[in-house]
Design a binder for this molecule. Structure first.
Ligand SMILES: [Zn+2]
Length: 273
């Protein structure tokens, strides 16, 4: 059994068929956490999770790209590009606090810093990130951290927060995109590293994966994005998290069963599933 720790069946890409997609995920013995990126998609993640007894969970939070309204085109590689419009939201902790009362909410996320999409509002991004770290500590929930070209600042903010919140501060660095030094910093701060389809087709993560113990890793899809082969070019979905686990097994020279066991245990422990 695998757990896709970062899915977005709450996004428009799945509006017509999230139930069928969840069915395929169950058929391949995969649980999932659907992650919000602003209040509306957080609500949707909770609404979906509420329809299932177990196996489907929700994370709620305000993603740094939704601090401003902007239209962006993102090119991953020759097989994947997409357009999206972010919508400005003023972070209101009270809204998220209320939503977090639902027992299917297992994390605050995705929250963090994204200097790839916006370098002009760094202070605002940091402020909203700190506020959401505080909320996670108050609710005693782990964080799902989004970090794009901002590892140094994310590490600095988490170090500050560690001094204040101690063992209450924990989480996962989703779509980990650093090198070995950053990986070690995050691990020292009690964060797991989330790996997705990128390790199957983009830059080389073999060294980090070889050097870190499996007790620090979880798997994710970030669906509908970042589809691993053999489905590259199509919409991603939680059932495909298996290809990510297979790639980790291949890199580390171990069995898929070992990767399944370790990453599932890590996710269950972190998110208290
Ligand atoms: Zn995401």
């Amino acid at each position: 059994m695998l757990i896709d720790t970062h899915a977005h069946l709450n996004f428009a890409a799945f509006k017509d068929d999230f139930a069928e997609t969840i069915k395929r995920s169950f058929d391949s013995d995969t649980w999932m956490i659907n992650v919000g990126s602003q209040f509306s998609t957080s609500q949707k993640a909770v609404e979906i999770a509420s329809q299932y007894k177990k196996d489907v969970y929700a994370a709620i939070g305000l993603h740094p790209i939704h601090l401003e309204t902007q239209k962006r085109k993102e090119v991953i590689d020759e097989k994947e590009e997409f357009e999206f419009t972010s919508r400005e939201e003023i972070f209101d902790p009270e809204n998220y606090r209320k939503l977090a009362k639902n027992p299917k909410v297992v994390a605050i996320g995705e929250v963090g810093l994204d200097y790839f999409h916006n370098k002009d509002n760094k202070e605002k991004q940091k402020d909203v990130f700190r506020q959401q770290i505080q909320l996670a500590a108050e609710l005693d929930l782990p964080l799902i951290v989004h970090c794009r070209e901002a590892n140094a600042d994310v590490i600095e903010i988490l170090k500050e927060a560690k001094k204040i919140y101690k063992e209450k501060l924990r989480g996962v660095i989703h779509c980990f995109s650093g090198g070995l030094p950053e990986a070690k910093e995050y691990i020292a701060l009690d964060f797991l590293l989330g790996f997705n389809g990128i390790i199957t087709f983009a830059r080389d993560y073999d060294r980090v994966l070889l050097e870190i113990g499996l007790e620090h890793a979880v798997v994710e899809t970030d669906c509908p994005y970042l589809t691993p082969p053999p489905h590259r070019g199509q919409r991603n979905e939680p059932a495909y998290v298996r290809y990510v686990a297979e790639k980790i097994a291949q890199i580390k020279g171990i069995t898929l069963a070992e990767v399944e066991k370790a990453t599932t245990e890590n996710a269950k422990k972190l998110f208290n599933l």
